[in-house]
Design a binder for this molecule. Structure first.
Ligand code: SAM
Length: 335
């Protein structure tokens, strides 16, 4: 096996697969109220094509972890069967889903039975009215139900992803952490990145990791000595609290903008239309769908994937004056 290496010595073992660019929320920091021009169905990989690419990644390229995302992955009809197929691979990869939680109450048990290991659920506010303002949908209760269902199904540890925005929900950091501690969820704050479809991101408006940590000061956070490895979240211990597994409770901050971790990046990304992206912020993609549909062999596809990763840049370059936001928004890349 020849792995997914790049010129800077990094090896990608963590695959993020976007299963659709569609979403049932309209988070204002992600896409416009009217939605986007969705990917035409024929351009989207079929379930069998997704399964094949995941198999190639695991069997031929050394991928050990697969996260399914979107758009909203729970609206992809074939999700359970895609997970089941991935769980049958040898070596079996770790399998997770990043979701807004809507509908998770119905599908959590089938996903677990298919082999899903855990979920990340996105939740930016505890206030239903604010949730509506932020997402333009009245589904707050559904997300909370989804979170509980994930725990009941054993898709643990259940992680919550939160993006704080100034003047919108940045006053909720302590309450969100208290909520997570009370329910045994692991909370991770994500710095807002320039990946919105509207291109309205403004660095000066972004809530920084430093501000988030200052807001959490009353919890007396302690440095976490467990090595972070290639994980994007820097974690802190919360004295006096344990998680659902009896381990010391932790909170994470993914400071992609102010404390980039590109040097440790181990991710490779596949969009719902079969394009490999070697970085969230890549401006170029490699077309595996064309190869698939032109009848390429597994080893030809694996070779193209290796070439795509070899070209990965040293860093995302957000601080570079020449930085250009990728054309594809987060919802079409897969967060
Ligand atoms: N629909 C699923 C969900 O809600 O988790 C998966 C896709 S969503 C794009 C994945 C994550 O990306 C969510 O936690 C969302 O808050 C986050 N996200 C979206 N736009 C972002 C941005 N510009 N910067 C940072 N995170 C963002």
């Amino acid at each position: 096996m020849t792995v997914l290496a790049d010129r800077f010595g990094r090896i990608a073992t963590d695959l993020r697969v976007s299963l659709t660019d569609r979403c049932n929320l309209r988070c204002t920091y992600c896409m416009p109220a009217e939605g986007l021009a969705w990917m035409p169905q024929p351009q989207q990989l079929t379930d069998d094509e997704v399964k094949r690419l995941v198999r190639i990644a695991v069997e031929q390229l050394g991928v050990t972890e697969v996260r399914f995302t979107g758009g909203e992955p729970l609206i992809r009809r074939g999700l359970v069967s895609i997970i089941a197929e991935a769980a049958r691979l040898d070596p079996r990869p770790k399998l997770s889903v990043t979701t807004n939680g809507i509908g998770l109450d119905r599908i959590a048990a089938p996903l677990r039975d298919a082999g899903l290991d855990r979920v990340n659920v996105s939740l930016d506010t505890l206030d239903p009215a604010r949730f509506h303002t932020l997402t333009l949908r009245d589904r707050h209760a559904d997300v909370l139900t989804g979170l509980r269902a994930a725990v009941t199904a054993g898709l643990t540890p259940v992680k919550i992803n939160t993006v704080l925005m100034r003047g919108v929900n940045d006053d909720e950091a302590p309450a969100l952490l208290r909520f997570a501690l009370d329910h045994g969820y692991q909370l991770r704050f994500i710095e807002q990145m320039p990946l919105d479809a509207q291109h309205q991101w403004d660095r000066r408006e972004m809530v920084t990791a430093e501000e988030i940590l200052a807001a959490l000061a009353p919890f007396g956070l302690q440095p976490d000595n467990v090595s972070r490895g290639t994980a994007p979240a820097e974690t802190w211990l919360i004295p006096g609290h344990v998680d659902a597994a009896g381990e010391p409770a932790r909170v994470g901050v993914i400071a992609s903008v102010t404390r980039p971790f590109c040097g440790d990046c181990d991710r490779t990304r596949l969009t719902a239309d079969g394009q490999v992206r070697n970085c969230l912020f890549a401006t170029e993609e490699s077309d595996l769908r064309k190869l698939l549909r032109d009848g390429a062999t597994d080893s030809q596809i694996a070779d193209a994937w290796r070439v795509a990763m070899w070209g990965k840049r040293a860093g995302h370059g957000i601080d570079d004056p020449a930085f250009l936001q990728p054309v594809r928004p987060m919802s079409a890349i897969g967060g």
